[in-house]
Design a protein around this ligand. Structure first.
Ligand code: BGC
Length: 763
């Protein structure tokens, strides 16, 4: 795991700060300084543009285009029609001329460049001073933020000051002419209009017919002499004014963006609604104060505080900030892309990462958001049903990568062989219901998904020739370095759990509400025979384990694979996908990411410490952590297995993966789902939090580098704060008393603070 930090940003507990403009780092900065509010996301690009490498990205959650992968083979079940998040309107469109010269900070003489992202306000500020050819010093300050309260609203604000009178021309506007991947534009313009202060636009995607309204109003403390214009797919205003010596000019641009994802309304109606929203849009300061209140409540409820480690303190707050910006449960039709709304890598798709890595954060901070994430899967059940049919099976097969519920992955080995998204949805339902007791969700929505997933797992699974074991042939588990294997232990184990849970919920429902149970079984056509099949297959599910060594075999035959010492692979060979022929990675026992350890993490309390230790000791040395989702799980196990130094080592880049650009690909966008894994790493790893068993468990340890840390979570409406210092742990509960197992003893944590000596070794 030779990953090296690129330390570029200033360390600060509540901000990310960049000092000095470095064009080579611009794309990374654009990702880091991304803003989002779930509804939309915008990279931290230079408003006025700069002649350096840039990915000018402005996205809306669920706005996508269709595409065809002509290279994909055309066998049945192999996906050729794909879809991807489409780069949308640049509502920050700006050009600036100072005394006649175009401002391009990559070429101009500038000083004191600074970009600051503030986690307490959610605003991005960028400032610098331009020294003109005639020696005037003109200071520019750009600010932008997205409203967290009304997600349609965005704000852009300029302040221009000069030590001498200076003539400024600006073009401000909305630009739908952005090229996706530098190649294609996917927008048709349906309507535009403007007056002296206002401009509005409606764009429509080419094949999906989705609509985006964007409109703005300008306000200033000076006469802007504005002339509206439209050219190509840009609409805006030419502004022409003088900045007088020592008299700052302010310009505010408040922007309303509104999307129509599924033809709910036509563009004329959208126009009227859009204008109305714009008219009611608060001024900058009012909305800004509301944003401060929003972030204040986030930090009072979800903050993780680390004393004695400024870098991880900044890192984890950056993670929470970015995760919260990406998703907080506004809308059931949204999901969490692997890169969130910060870039086009992974095409904006959501993966199984949502239910396995992100869901815990939401279950324990914002259960309504967790429910909405699961509702996304319920609302896309139809597409999953179709996919199962494509694969010659029954039930529902959830996609490996998607924005709209359809499978978007054109790599057949993933789309047709990996079933962890389906079992992850079942796991998500189970995990959510277990920790919220939301029976209404379970019976109205969850159970239907469970049945359809079980049905898929039943029909995709097979009996061996002797009819003694049931399992999955020709599959790929989470470890993507082993393709077309039989009895992948993860798949078998998670399928067994899915079937067992479905049987349990069906039986509970039958006794809780027989009438409704009958309605559901007849709607889904479930027969007693089918339920008996679930029972038989779950019982016969083959879980390859060696009773002597306690080792679970990742798949049948894994233990016989040729061994490769992963430490002997030269650093220059990484990333392997670029340096090794594709099939070579499959020819040995090297793994990309946890597979056996992954199901042991998800169902942690099914396994004893000895078994976890044996499997950790076997699989960790074979893992190259090619996926950024990998180290956190290993860190959690290392912490549980009293290997604190190793836990710290794997945690090393969790919170700062993107800030320090460990994978050298932060320019493509943030690793949003790994950001969730960083939260999981602290809470489940060092906090020893477990939520998969009978009781809620806490077993905190404290790494040497920390003087103190604390985290919070919500549990059945109570807010629990866990503070760990070098001597003690303190647990406080704001709300109803909560039962939990702390260091193997049961406590009722109520108004009175629970204080216990910290144990750095687990019993
Ligand atoms: C990992 C997958 C993951 C995907 C998106 C891949 O590299 O192997 O497990 O779902 O990235 O994060």
């Amino acid at each position: 795991m030779a990953k090296i930090a690129y330390e570029y940003f200033k360390v600060d507990p509540w901000k990310v700060i960049e000092e000095g403009f470095n064009p080579k780092r611009n794309k990374v900065s654009e990702s880091i300084f991304s803003l989002g509010n779930e509804y939309m996301g915008v990279r931290g690009y230079i408003d006025e543009g700069a002649s350096c490498d840039s990915l000018l990205g402005s996205y809306f959650n669920g706005i996508y285009e269709n595409g065809v992968d002509h290279n994909a083979s055309h066998y049945k079940g192999i996906v050729t029609n794909t879809h991807f998040m489409v780069n949308s309107v640049n509502w920050l469109f700006t050009k600036i001329y100072v005394d006649g010269d175009l401002l391009d900070i990559n070429k101009a003489n500038i000083k004191d460049f600074k970009r600051v992202l503030d986690f307490k306000t959610g605003d991005l500020t960028r400032s610098f001073s331009l020294i003109t050819k005639t020696g005037k010093v003109v200071k520019f300050t750009f600010r932008r933020f997205l409203s967290m309260k009304t997600p349609n609203y965005g704000y852009q604000n300029f302040k221009i000051e000069s030590n001498d009178d200076v003539e400024v021309k600006m073009d401000l506007g909305l630009d739908f002419s952005i090229l996706q991947w530098g190649k294609n534009n996917y927008w048709n313009i349906l309507k535009h209009d403007f007056n002296e202060k206002f401009a509005g636009f409606i764009g429509k995607t080419i094949t999906t017919n989705q609509l985006v309204f964007s409109g703005y109003e300008l306000e200033s403390n000076t006469q802007l002499n504005s002339i509206p214009f439209t050219v190509g797919k840009i609409v805006g205003h030419h502004l022409n004014f003088t900045v007088l010596k020592n008299q700052a000019v302010f310009i505010n641009k408040k922007v309303t963006n509104l999307v129509v994802k599924n033809n709910e309304i036509n563009h004329e109606t959208l126009w009227i609604i859009g204008l109305n929203k714009l008219e009611n849009q608060n001024k900058y300061d009012i909305e800004f104060n509301d944003n401060i209140k929003y972030w204040d409540s986030v930090w009072s409820n979800f903050d993780i505080e680390i004393v004695g480690d400024d870098k991880n303190q900044q890192g984890i707050r950056f993670c929470i900030f970015q995760l919260q910006q990406t998703y907080h449960g506004v809308d059931e039709s949204n999901n969490i892309g692997a890169k969130g709304l910060t870039g086009e890598a992974y095409s904006g798709h959501a993966f199984w990462d949502t239910e396995t890595y992100c869901l815990p954060y939401f279950i324990f901070n914002n259960p309504n958001a967790a429910r909405n994430l699961l509702m996304f899967r319920y609302n896309t059940l139809e597409q999953a049903r179709k996919r199962a049919i494509d694969l010659d099976c029954k039930g529902a097969c959830y996609p490996i990568a998607t924005l709209n519920g359809n499978e978007a992955c054109t790599l057949w080995q993933h789309a047709s062989l990996q079933f962890q998204p389906s079992t992850a949805v079942a796991y998500g339902v189970w995990h959510y219901v277990k920790n919220t007791h939301d029976q209404a969700f379970l019976y109205n929505y969850g159970l239907e998904m469970l049945v359809e997933i079980s049905r898929f797992m039943l029909t995709r699974g097979q009996w061996n020739a002797k009819h003694t074991k049931f399992g999955y042939y020709a599959v790929m588990g989470p470890d993507e370095f082993q393709m077309m294997v039989n009895h992948n232990c993860y798949t078998n184990y998670m399928a067994k759990k899915t079937l067992e849970y479905t049987i349990e919920v069906l039986s509970d429902y039958k006794s809780v509400d027989y009438e409704k149970y009958q309605e559901l079984t007849s709607k889904l056509n479930i027969t007693d025979q089918e339920i008996n099949d679930y029972v038989d297959c779950a019982k016969a599910m083959y879980i390859p384990v060696d009773k002597d060594t306690l080792l679970y075999e990742q798949h049948e035959g894994f233990f016989d694979l040729p061994h490769i010492d992963v430490d002997s692979i030269p650093v220059e060979d990484f990333p392997l996908y670029s340096h090794w022929s594709y099939d070579r990675i499959y020819r040995n026992d090297m793994i990309k990411q946890p597979d056996v350890l992954m199901f042991m993490f998800l169902h942690n309390q099914d396994f004893d410490k000895e078994t976890k230790l044996a499997n950790y000791n076997y699989y960790e040395p074979r893992c190259i952590h090619e996926s950024s989702l990998s180290p956190s799980i290993h860190s959690i196990f290392a912490a549980e297995l009293d290997k604190v130094d190793e836990a710290v080592k794997f945690f090393g880049f969790a919170t700062r993966m993107d800030i320090d650009d460990y994978n050298r690909n932060a320019h493509e966008g943030l690793h949003t789902t790994s950001i969730a894994a960083a939260w999981v790493n602290i809470v489940y790893g060092f906090g020893g939090f477990r939520s998969d068993g009978q009781d809620l468990v806490l077993n905190p340890i404290i790494p040497n580098m920390w003087k103190q840390y604390s985290f919070k979570f919500k549990y059945f409406g109570s807010l629990i704060t866990v503070k760990v210092n070098r001597e003690n742990i303190e647990i406080t509960c704001d709300g109803k008393t909560v039962d939990m197992l702390v260091y193997n003893h049961k406590y009722h944590v109520g108004k009175e603070k629970l204080v216990l000596p910290v144990k750095n070794k687990r019993d």
